[in-house]
Design a protein around this ligand. Structure first.
Ligand code: GLV
Ligand code: MN
Ligand code: MN
Length: 399
């Protein structure tokens, strides 16, 4: 089945009429519907599906592990995200299995498609939650206590989805089954546009993390409180947004973003009592990422002192720079006829697994260069090129 046909099967799931695009978050209704769709597609292909302790789905062609060739991605999205980030890797994996079967291929190693849970952290805040839990990169107790914006804990959400929250955590059985992991993904930048090429092999991922800046002050009346009497946390929060831009611009190839800012209580005629500001900061290495963070903290602390407010900063997630296995990368480049290699500023489950097993990624050109937004796109012909490349890679690795 083609990638386009498979994507058409889920195009109506999780549409977000308010934000545009899709809102599909870990264990919410849309993501559960996508899981059911995946199970049906996998079973239709005779693949044996199981859900691991952390809610990741596995569809096996052959007996599970060890030394399995594993491919896949995720089905959740950012709020108001595009149709390709995540699902493209999953549907390309299904399509690649079809292609291998049409060619009469029988794997000599076990082969599996995995769907990782809550890759974007769009609901519980921690990105790559499924692969972090599986590999022990996040503490299970900390993860169980994560809350979504409605106050539902991860423990409650997984229980609702039929999993045992007590069993969340490092899964050595699942991890040791993976011999090699390959994730296909839509490109989230302009690298392939500039090169005029449809696909590439990944080279590296920026160091990146998320921090929550909580500014607290004094809630009060917007009309009756004189300016000199205010302790308005929105003022240092606003300064911090600008500080993020300044700090990132001072460090070579760094980025810092505030995409989420939540005042409490959030009324037009109310001076907020608290403002939560989520910072996403990235740079080519740990030292530069920390330098950006430290500079933002410094500027935020000065702004807080000026307004007589308080600030606490919590690290929500962090991952150092990933350099994908160079031997595997070069093998795939050769196998695919000398396709280019590209670095990326986006995080991926492949980046988490790269600390444990040989891991590679394939990127498919995105003609808009836009991602994490409804404009994210990939041409059908490029999608098929990507799925054919994935089939060739899986055939090579599992043959
Ligand atoms: C996920 O796509 C991220 O880079 O945040
Ligand atoms: Mn993403
Ligand atoms: Mn993704």
């Amino acid at each position: 089945m083609s990638v386009t046909q498979l994507l058409a099967g889920i195009e109506g799931v999780g549409r977000d009429p308010k934000r545009g695009g899709y809102s599909r978050h870990g264990f919410d209704r849309a993501e559960l519907e996508l899981r059911e769709w995946f199970v049906a597609e996998a079973e239709r292909r005779g693949l044996a599906v199981r859900t691991d302790r952390n809610g990741n789905l596995w569809a096996w062609w052959g007996q599970p592990g060890p030394d399995a060739i594993v491919t896949g991605s995720h089905l959740d999205s950012v709020p108001g995200g595009g149709a390709f980030d995540g699902p493209l890797g999953v549907v390309s994996a299904l399509s690649a299995v079809d292609t291998l079967r049409e060619h009469g291929f029988t794997p000599t190693k076990p082969l599996a498609i995995v769907v990782f849970a809550e890759e974007e952290g769009g609901r519980f805040g921690v990105p790559c939650l499924g692969s972090r839990l599986l590999s022990g990169a996040v503490d299970a107790d900390v993860a169980r206590r994560l809350r979504d914006p409605d106050g539902v804990t991860l423990a409650e959400a997984v229980a609702e989805a039929g999993l045992d929250p007590a069993r969340l955590g490092r899964d050595d059985e699942a991890l040791s089954a993976i011999g090699t992991f390959v994730e296909l993904h839509v490109e989230q930048g302009r690298g392939l546009i500039d090169l005029g090429m449809p696909i590439a092999v990944a080279d590296s991922i920026l160091a990146h993390g998320r921090w929550r800046f909580r500014f607290t002050g004094e809630g009060n009346h917007a009309g009756a409180t004189l300016l000199g009497d205010r302790h308005d946390p929105m003022v240092p929060a606003a300064e911090m947004v600008l500080a993020a831009r300044i700090a990132a611009s001072e460090v070579d190839d760094a980025r810092a973003t505030v995409g989420r800012l939540v005042p409490t209580p959030g009324g037009t005629n109310v001076i907020a009592s608290a403002v939560d500001v989520w910072l996403d900061a990235r740079a080519p290495d740990d030292a530069r990422t920390r330098r950006v963070l430290d500079r933002i903290r410094e500027m935020a602390a000065e702004a807080v002192a000026r307004e007589g407010c308080e600030l606490t900063v919590t690290e929500e997630s962090y991952g150092d720079t990933v350099h994908f296995d160079t031997g595997l990368r070069d093998r795939l480049v050769g196998l695919l006829g000398g396709v280019p290699t590209l670095p990326t500023g986006a995080g991926h489950d492949a980046g988490i697994l790269a600390a444990h097993v040989p891991t590679a990624m394939l990127f498919v050109r995105n003609p808009t260069g836009v991602s994490h937004a409804p404009e994210e796109y990939a041409e059908p012909a490029d999608c098929e090129t990507g799925a054919d490349a994935l089939a060739a890679v899986l055939g090579h690795l599992a043959g």
